[in-house]
Unconditional design. Sequence first.
Length: 174
Amino acid sequence: MDELNRKTAEEFRAAKKIPIIVVLENIRSGYNVGSLFRTSDAFLIEAIYLVGWTAHPGHKEIKKTALGAEDTVTWLPFPTTAEAITHLRSIDYRVLAVEQAEGAISLEKLKSAAEEKIALIFGNENAGVEQETIALRDGCLEIPQLGMKHSLNIATAAGIVLWELVRERLPVMP
């Protein structure tokens, strides 16, 4: 394991994080939530905000897929996405919904500075990001999809978006 250069839980908590916050809005599957904890750990994401009826750590499905990341990644619960967005704006985060919507920016065209604080809202597996949330966001990101299907599992979509944003920041990472 030493060869993999993995951080201990203490080293992870102390490490400088990438200024990205993942907002999970009414996610039905604890497995998806757990997967997002694991992905957020892998990419040193700042935090996860759990909104509405999204499951919280302690849930057996989260535990099964997060593999301990639920104990290291910072998370905060919010009753509504509006409250989460108000908080994000108070700490100077740009709020982007990951959704197919009019005026959405294709992921490969998003330009952001390495130090820019970005919050990414991922919506329910069936309904997507709520319309009320779309009205509050600063913009939308869309993942280009070339086939017949025009939707991805939330864990897959988040992995793609997070990697793209983290990849841009790699040269300035500690």
